[in-house]
Write a protein that binds this ligand. Structure first.
Ligand code: 6LW
Length: 454
């Protein structure tokens, strides 16, 4: 398999932003309504990544209360500058406050409380510094003149040090966004996404003599897209560049793996992929590496009878403050089990796309029910009596039964007895809309295990 058919960070990990500090690479993703927010990963080779924490771990940084699905924290940018780590992002339900900036000495945290840059109304902020130490905030503006906008700032206080101005409208496609600005050997490159984050997604680039341009587009734009192809990875775009310690260049970008009957359904969100970058005539050329990314077994188990400390566990805003813990699904085929000791308060194992789209096993002292919620409809679709003692709840994503079906089939069972099989398409982004992906959630369970199948 070529390197770009296997994600380097699978599952709901969109809008990757990457930086290097010496021999170490760090990467962050959007996290929307989930708390803690913005997962941060570490790697030494850009292929194998481990989550080392989350950036937004305190409600003084990001308060998820009342945050609707696919709002909250949008695309962040991570940079290492002058011995510090910097992150800028948008809390879209506070969009009127402008872009926010946090910093940390250690990327695993703690991160500072945010400062906001007033008047910078938009999304997808980026931070870049020139040789003189001036810091530029570049973002997709929602105010005139629109397109990619920029202002010089003090990143410690959020103070604007100049006027906000438009720097590039993009090449003319929809939604010029996701800017990243780089100074490479005296030339300023402005890389953005265009076409929207669906099937028409692309990466385009321009260059100029100064951080504010004027920018001349690359004659070979878009430099990355899989639109109108049969490539198994679609919606590719929203990239960020990094120069490796050996001088080679790489791009991380998001893509999805749709499956099932037309129009194709992607279910585990927008994932992070890696591509090598070479140069031609002073422009970036995005390629395919000769060394494929191996499929990694991501099986794990968690003992909920002890304090769970792994940073992979997150809670959707709607369940803030409860014991409802979720983890991103990272495989196309998988099985999850939870052992529960049902009592009067129900124990749950849930496969969730958002608040209105989920399949659940709910065990109380008397029965175990399979419940499906699809939009406005909620229905119990199978029940078995609960046996005394510990019960094993199991949800499995199995192959779709035929080529005209959805992307997969979700099998819900309890103590080995199958309660129901449900079409996976109703827990896909093409059905629900939005920017996230499936998570597996538990409440009042003793043990949880996740088995990676493909
Ligand atoms: C993000 C935008 C995008 O802000 O999706 O794929 C939005 N690109 O750049 C939400 O992730």
């Amino acid at each position: 398999m070529a390197i770009d058919t296997e994600p380097v960070i699978p599952g709901f990990h969109p809008d990757p932003s990457v930086c290097r500090a010496g021999e170490d690479y760090y990467l962050v993703c959007s996290s929307f309504e989930y708390f803690p927010g913005v997962p941060i990963f570490h790697s030494r080779d850009l292929v194998s990544w481990e989550q080392i924490g989350n950036v937004f771990t305190r409600t003084t940084q990001f308060d998820p209360a009342g945050v609707a699905p696919s709002t909250g924290i949008y695309a962040p940018t991570l940079r290492h500058h002058d011995g510090r780590f910097w992150l800028t992002t948008t809390i879209v339900n506070r969009i009127e406050d402008g872009q926010l900036i946090v910093h940390a000495d250690d990327p695993a945290g703690p991160w500072s409380d945010p400062v906001f840059v007033p008047g910078t109304i938009g999304i997808d902020p980026d931070l870049a510094w020139d040789a003189g130490g001036n810091c530029y905030l570049t973002y997709k503006g929602f105010h005139d003149p629109g397109g990619i906008m920029q202002v010089r700032i003090d990143p410690f206080t959020g103070t604007k040090l100049g006027d906000i101005r438009g720097v590039w409208p993009g090449t003319g496609m929809a939604h010029p966004e996701a800017p990243h600005l780089y100074e490479i050997d005296g030339v300023w490159y402005l890389m953005i996404a265009e076409g929207g984050t669906e099937r028409g997604h692309t990466v385009t680039i321009a260059r100029g003599p100064a951080p504010s341009g004027p920018f001349e587009p690359c004659p070979d734009n878009p430099i990355l897209t899989h639109r109108s192809t049969t490539h198994p990875v679609q919606n590719t775009g929203h990239g960020d560049l990094v120069r490796a310690a050996d001088g080679s260049w790489w791009m991380v970008y998001l893509g999805v793996r749709p499956r099932g009957f037309t129009p194709g359904f992607h279910v585990i969100g927008r994932e992070t992929f890696l591509a090598p970058v070479t140069w031609r005539d002073g422009w970036h050329v995005v390629g395919v590496a000769d060394r494929p990314v191996p499929h990694r077994d991501r099986s794990f188990a968690e003992d909920f009878t002890r304090a769970v400390t792994h940073p992979r566990w997150i809670t959707p805003a709607a369940s803030a403050g409860s014991g409802f813990s979720c983890v991103r699904v990272t495989d196309l085929l998988w099985a999850a089990e939870a052992s529960v000791s049902p009592g009067p308060e129900p124990s749950r194992l849930v496969l969730r796309l958002d608040d209105r789209h989920w399949y659940a096993l709910v065990a109380d002292g008397s029965s175990i029910a399979a419940v499906a919620r699809i939009g406005d409809l909620e229905q119990t679709v199978g029940t078995v009596p609960a046996s005394p003692g510990t019960v094993t709840l199991r949800i499995e994503a199995a192959e779709a039964p035929h080529e005209y079906a959805g992307p997969d089939e979700i099998v819900l069972s309890a103590d080995g007895a199958e309660l129901t099989r449900l079409d996976g398409r109703y827990l896909s982004t093409e059905v629900t809309g939005g920017f996230t992906g499936r998570v597996l959630c538990v409440e009042r369970v003793l043990l949880f295990s996740y088995t990676s199948k493909a």
